[in-house]
Design a protein around this ligand. Structure first.
Ligand SMILES: NC(=O)c1ccc[n+]([C@@H]2O[C@H](COP(=O)([O-])OP(=O)(O)OC[C@H]3O[C@@H](n4cnc5c(N)ncnc54)[C@H](OP(=O)(O)O)[C@@H]3O)[C@@H](O)[C@H]2O)c1
Length: 249
């Protein structure tokens, strides 16, 4: 058996149509796991599906910001051994420009969706004992950047949720951990939250990149840690938050 072997495990990955979620799904399949991938964009999700190794994987197109679509997704899937929450958005917004709609949009996908999906999976008894749940946070909760107040707040909230979840699930051997990467080379780092913010994205990106002495990460750097948390090699690890990016503070 190789290190981080995932054969016999079924793992649901959200945000699997792009970036870290896509790479994670590919690596899970390469390690022998069966993946259920979900995302909104049919074409991009199908591209991920084509890149998976092995058979029996499942693809579900869903906009999981809609609670009914979360419920349908959970009904559709078989029992799982792992859940990776990669769906998320970013959007630099200086504090004085934050409006209700910005809060609702960002908190919905970054905080409420992982909370609702996890709750539903537990309620419908779709998580096997000894499963592993992985949430995506960011190193920026400890290393803030200009315009990141909303994004960082959504991730701080999910870190706190993950820790409480770990406590609640410990008797079933179900583990919950967070990964907090620094800047990773994915389409996300180029996306503004609303029109006309590209200048702000470029400006804050330029400043932020300089903070990484080892350079910025690639999706596989993060996926390597996610598959560790999904595997039995990390069976004694729960309630933690792995900071990634080589930034020594
Ligand atoms: N890249 C970084 O520098 C970095 C650093 C730290 C943490 N993170 C976190 O890592 C996670 C993945 O980021 P990434 O860089 O891989 O981003 P990405 O390449 O932009 O991918 C984001 C994924 O989220 C999905 N998504 C967004 N809104 C959705 C919705 N309403 N319903 C369903 N799916 C939705 C997208 O799928 P569709 O468009 O198909 O819906 C896409 O697959 C995020 O939580 C992010 O905050 C990223």
């Amino acid at each position: 058996m190789s290190f981080c072997e995932l054969s016999g495990k079924t793992i649901l990955v959200t945000g699997a149509s792009s970036g870290i979620g896509k790479q994670t799904a590919i690596q899970i399949s390469e390690l022998g796991g069966r993946v259920i991938i979900t995302g909104r964009n049919e074409k991009r999700l199908s591209n991920t599906f084509k890149e998976l190794s092995g058979d029996n994987h499942i693809k579900v197109i869903a906009d999981i910001t809609n609670e009914d679509e979360i419920y349908n997704l959970v009904e559709e899937i078989p029992k799982i051994d792992g859940l990776v929450h990669c769906a998320g958005i970013v959007g630099p917004t200086p504090t004085k420009f934050i409006r209700e709609e910005n809060i609702e949009k960002l908190m919905r996908i970054n905080f409420e969706v992982p909370v609702l999906l996890t709750g539903r999976v537990l309620l419908r008894k779709k998580l096997n004992d000894k499963s592993s749940i992985v949430f995506m946070s960011t190193i920026a909760t400890r290393m803030p950047y200009f315009g990141g107040a909303l994004y960082n707040s959504s991730k701080s909230a999910i870190e706190s949720y993950s820790k409480t979840l770990a406590l609640e699930l410990v008797k079933k051997g179900i583990r919950s951990n967070c990964i907090s990467p620094g800047l990773v080379n994915t389409p996300l780092i180029k996306k503004p939250l609303s029109e006309g913010q590209m200048e702000l994205v470029d400006e804050s990106l330029g400043r932020y990149i300089k903070k990484y002495p080892m350079g910025i990460g690639e999706p596989e750097d993060v996926a390597n840690s996610i598959v560790f948390f999904l595997s039995d090699e990390s069976r004694w690890v729960s309630g933690t938050n792995l900071l990634m990016g080589g930034v020594v503070q």
